[in-house]
Design a protein around this ligand. Structure first.
Ligand SMILES: Nc1ncnc2c1ncn2[C@@H]1O[C@H](COP(=O)(O)OP(=O)(O)OP(=O)(O)O)[C@@H](O)[C@H]1O
Ligand SMILES: [Mg+2]
Length: 496
């Protein structure tokens, strides 16, 4: 059994009001990619934070190379060769990329002082070796979320750890970056590094993992060899039942045009983007990363300026200068990245979910507790937001449940046009099915939905119509019935 690198035995962890880990077992071999799978809030990140010395263990044992170890701090974990890429971004925004990579282990020169130049030089070498166009001397705050994620990955790898944990590493990466990450994983495996890989993208797990351990409600359910299991088997282990009706969609005759966009142009980013959406319609937006889909939506929502173009709501030309204008016209946008959107992590679920609708229950500045509670309880229930109470701090929720709070917050504004940018990213299968169900209910009640998604099956199964974008313009317009992955990819890659 000398191939076993890590064993976690009967691990228990409780937080006030929540029993998060109940006798969980986990094992990792040298050179193995072992995936951890489970619904939002199952306890995956917590298990890894116990391993990383971020949370103390209540009960249970950890063995590395057969030796019982105590991991009482992040430093302990590092000394034991454990490195973690966290689900949430933890870089320090107002420090340079180099300072972040060497945080806590700064390179010191002959004078005994921190050698900033050397740090920048070494960090640059690392970045270059991944062919990243990121400058080691730039401040983290100026990077895109995807770039920050890549810096996190590189930082974790630079510790030469023997156990590397990746908690949702690809949630904001482009396909090209994912490819890089996977080739890095393959070379780390060859060196004998053991990798714990957490992701809700099942296709990734079958591509990269050797074994998969499933957790449910803080309990260990089982471990399967990736090659000899199926998606259905894994889902039923995860959810505890078969998932029928994954995509819910009933079709109605769409109504009048609600939103029309004409010749939206922004120098170098968007070129003559024109489209319409009708009442009760789901309009899918497909395209490769960087095609300009989010940019169109940000422009409509008043987040980015435009150089020219017009927007009409119910036939009337409108001038949207900022998101407040957009919201007044009944437009809501659930952004691509909750990491960017910034939930107020130290506020409660209730506060976050109702932030956008405060005026609904502000009667003479006094908050109407009943209305507030009704709104919150409705969404916590409908979206199965896993939280001990609505008073819980959002920062204490699991990653996917935070995502649900962001969505709930926007649903609560009762929009006429709801723009969803990658709504199911980072969300577990059961929650995906819930989100599809809610989308279907919304369009049945007359709401129009624009859904940007990189998951073609989701686009194909949920949309009435699909616009495909390429290089800042619309390259294809397909209707339900003629939607196939091949056709969409054809237009996404600029096909005529
Ligand atoms: N610091 C904390 N205080 C209180 N509760 C917490 C804390 N951290 C996590 N929890 C709770 O523990 C449970 C498990 O959370 P965890 O983050 O481990 O889930 P996860 O499996 O990683 O989910 P996801 O797929 O959404 O990331 C959740 O119910 C969460 O709300
Ligand atoms: Mg998590």
């Amino acid at each position: 059994m000398d191939n076993i690198l890590l064993q976690m035995k009967n691990v228990n962890k409780q937080f006030p009001g929540v029993y998060v880990l109940k006798d969980v077992n986990f094992e990792l071999e040298k050179g193995e990619v072992h995936a951890l799978l489970g619904e939002n809030g199952a306890g995956k990140s917590t298990l890894m934070k116990v391993l990383g010395g971020i949370y103390s263990i209540d009960k249970g044992e950890i063995y590395i190379d057969g030796q019982r170890v105590e991991v009482k701090s992040v430093k302990d974990a590092q000394d034991l060769g454990i490195s973690i890429i966290h689900q949430e971004l933890v870089l320090v925004p107002y420090m340079t990329v180099a300072e972040n990579i060497y945080l806590g282990r700064e390179l010191v020169g002959a004078s005994g002082l921190v050698d900033k130049k050397a740090m920048i030089r070494e960090a640059q070498k690392l970045l270059d070796s991944f062919e990243l166009k990121i400058k080691a001397s730039s401040l983290v705050v100026g990077l895109t979320v995807a770039q920050q994620q890549m810096v996190e990955i590189i930082k974790a790898i630079s510790f030469n750890a023997k156990i590397l944990v990746m908690d949702e590493p690809t949630s904001s990466l482009t396909d090209k970056e994912v490819e890089f990450l996977f080739s890095t994983i393959v070379s780390l495996k060859r060196k004998g590094v053991g990798i714990v890989y957490i992701s809700h993208r099942m296709s990734e797990l079958s591509q990269i993992s050797d074994r998969i351990t499933v957790m449910r409600d803080g309990e260990y359910i089982g471990t399967k060899v990736t090659k000899s299991t199926t998606k259905d088997e894994l889902i039923s282990m995860m959810v505890g039942r078969e998932l029928t009706n994954y995509y819910t969609r009933t079709y109605n005759e769409p109504g009048e045009t609600i939103l029309e966009v004409k010749n939206l142009t922004r120098e170098g980013i968007l070129k003559d983007v024109s489209f319409k959406i009708k009442k009760g319609e789901i309009l899918g937006m497909a395209g490769l990363m960087g095609a300009g889909r989010s940019e169109v939506m940000r422009a409509i929502f008043g987040l980015d300026p435009i150089d020219s173009g017009e927007i009409f709501i119910e036939g009337k030309k409108v001038d949207i200068k900022d998101p407040n204008d957009a919201m007044r016209y009944g437009i809501a946008l659930v952004p691509e990245n909750r990491k960017e959107e910034g939930l107020f992590l130290i506020q409660s679920v209730k506060f976050n979910a109702t932030l956008k609708v405060l005026d609904k229950f502000m009667k003479f500045i006094k908050v109407d507790k009943k209305v507030e509670n009704d709104i919150v309880n409705k969404y916590v229930k409908e979206m199965s937001i896993k939280t001990p109470s609505t008073e819980q701090l959002v920062g204490n929720l699991s990653g996917g449940n935070q995502q649900k709070v962001v969505i709930a917050r926007w649903l609560a504004t009762n929009p006429k046009v709801l723009i969803l940018d990658e709504p199911t990213r980072g969300v577990d299968v059961a929650a995906k099915a819930e989100i599809y169900l809610i989308m279907n209910e919304l369009v049945n009640s007359g709401v129009s939905i624009i859904m940007i998604s990189s998951e073609l099956p989701e686009i194909i199964n949920m949309s009435d119509r699909v616009l495909v974008m390429c290089n800042g313009s619309i390259s294809g317009n397909l209707v339900r019935g003629e939607l196939t992955q091949e056709k969409i990819m054809h237009y996404a890659t600029g096909g005529m």
